[in-house]
Structures are given as C-alpha cells and as structure tokens.
Ligand binder design. Sequence first.
Ligand SMILES: *Cc1c(COP(=O)(O)O)cnc(C)c1O
Length: 401
Amino acid sequence: MRPRSAWARPQAAETIAAANGVARDAYGDIVGALHLTSTYAFKGLGREGPYAYSRAANPSRDLLSETLALLEGGAGAVITGSGMAAIDLLLGRLGPDDLVVAPHDGYWGTQRLLGARAAKRQFSVAFVDEADEHALGAALERRPALLLIETPSNPLMRVYDIAALAARAKTAGTKVVVDNTFLSPALQQPIALGADFVVHSTTKYLNGHSDVVGGAVVAAAPDEAEALAEWGATTGAIGAPFDAYLTLRGLRTLFVRMERQQRSAAALADLLAGHPAVSAVHYPGLRADPGHLVAGRQQRGFGAMLSFELHGGFAAARAFVETLRVFTLAESLGGVESLVAHPETMTHAGMDPAARASAGIHGGLLRLSVGLEAEAELVSDVEAGLSAAHAVRRSTSGAVR
Ligand SMILES: *Cc1c(COP(=O)(O)O)cnc(C)c1O
C-alpha cells in the first residue's frame, strides 16, 4: 500500500475537493462512512474517546468541515444546518454594544436576520452601499465588530473589492466576513484576500445537487475556529451527518461543475447583452460590467450566476418565464439544473418596496442559475423567452418597468 504520509500535505485545491480523506479510516473506505450515531461509548470512567456526542463533533461532519477549511485556506470550519444558521453563528457572539455593517443590496434572508436581531437589541446594524467610499468610511468610524461582504451580490451581481474593504476594516479593528456562496472556493478564496471568516450556504454550489439545505463558517485563525466550533456545539446550530455526507459527495465534483456551468453562463450573458428586449445584463464576465476588472483580479472565474433586466418590466418577465422549457422557475441556485428566479416576487418579496427599489430590484429583473444541461438548449430556451418578452414590450408600446 502507498504510504499515506506521502499524501499528507495536499495539494492542489482540485485534489482536495476530489479526494481529501479518501482511505483514511481503519477499513480503507474510499468514501468516508456515514456516521449516524448520536453518541459514542466512553473507554472507561473519565476516559473519553475521540468522539463523545454528535452535537459537539461527528466524523462525517468533521470530514466535510476539514475539506472546506482546506479549500478556503482557513484554520477550521463549522458545518451548520443552513446558510442562515452559519451567519447567525457569527451574530450570536455579538453583544448590544456591537455594530454589524452589511451591504444594502445583499441576500434578503441575511438582511431580514440582521434586522430581526437588531430589533431585539442584540446588536446594531447599518446597511450601507459598500462601494460608496463616503458611506463606508462613516460606518467604519463607528468601529463595527463585523463587516459583512457579499460578492458577487445576490441578485445584482455587484462585485466588491475584498482586499480593499478588508484593509480598511482592519484599520477600524473590524472583522471581515465574506459570503462566498455565489462563487465557492473553486473561484474565490476570501481568506487569502484578508477575510477573517467565510460563510457559505452549502445548499448552493458546494453541495450542487439541490437536495440539502446546509451552511458553513470557515475561520482564518485557529483560535477563532476553535471558539466557533465550541459555539456551534453550545448552540446546537450544527448540520446533520447525512447532510454532511451528501454535501461532501457533491463537493467532489465542484471544480468540473463550476467550470462547465460558468462556460454556459458566459454564452448566455453574451446572448442577453446583444438582445433588444434586454435593458441591462449583470454578469462580471462581460467586459462592460462595472465589476469586470475587480472580478478578474480577485476571482478565478466569473461564475454561473447572472441577472438581467427586461425593457417591458413585469409583463415581459412573466412572458419570459412562461416561455422557458429548460429553466425551471424556482428559488435557490447552484445546482446542476438551471433555474430562473424573479427576485421582486420571490427571493426579495419580503423586502420593503422602497428599499428594494433603491437596491435596484425592479419588476423586469430576472436571475439565472445556469446548470449542466446542453449549452445549445439553454441558449435556445433563453432566445425563446426573450422573443416572448420582446413581443410583450412591443404590444404594450414602450411601457417600461
Ligand atoms: C441562499 C443564500 C443564503 C442562505 O442560505 P440557506 O442555506 O438558504 O439558509 C445566504 N447567502 C447567500 C448569498 C445565498 O444565496
């Protein structure tokens, strides 16, 4: 048998994703076993084994957290029951004197969670446009405990400069949290750019098969990783072993999925950018996109998410989605099957209409999560949708938004 020690310090990220933990147990299992047990035998009174109780630690969950920490370049990770639970794990450590600075145009669930906890005075929150130097400077002067960054943002694909924001946050003594859900560590590693924590909805690209709701927090520093693991055990926000097993199975193919899905996304972005029914395309891979340069610098690819706006507003958006046959109208993203979402009535429906409008989310905005179907069929599906949207626009004689 090949000595495992030769394998001990991996390696390229692709190798970690595909094979971390293979043949490590006493049986030589290629696939890490699924440990469903809730509790473990002690070796004797006062003599605990490596595991005692699955809320504190479980081998199936540990293999996923180790793999994710390696992929993100962090010291450790906590696997949680959802992406929201991952963010909440960090928030739960704050006190009433703490301030969280969060993006004004981020994932609605995150905004809702921050708002709800702030309303209970567990901490304060300031939603700011993090691209606005002045607004950000004013927020950092208040010496926040956490700066939350979401890049590219959901759903408008705005790109924020992680290294620049992290450098500014450091001078204020602020810890930086990056939501890396949209790109995954295959395409972006925020810790290398200065982040203290990375959060994931593993529901999305990491699992990649739309059959798990889960999350993770990765910490850059060993003491933070340890404190978070303990906090996860204390609060019980941890994920189930079966979900960890499935997520690791999905993670094995992360790199090839990402590569293929983003290629189709780029083709769709080109199609959308040249179509008369479309008023704007949000995809950092396009040369004209305002995030193109920063994305090119801090990302290893442009990802498989994009959004776009139709001239005909809500009516055009309806005609578009009702014409699609390959894309399915659904929330969520990052799976192997292509999905289309209408943020105004779906993911961001709970948002205050004025705040939603100021974040740039209108009736004609649609978001695509591009999957693994044949690229030609994805393209013809979107072409058909755009023709239907264009017909609506003409029949309503120039109606906008
Ligand atoms: C989906 C999502 C979340 C929330 O994750 P859940 O697993 O649904 O709880 C957080 N951030 C982003 C960017 C997301 O897309």
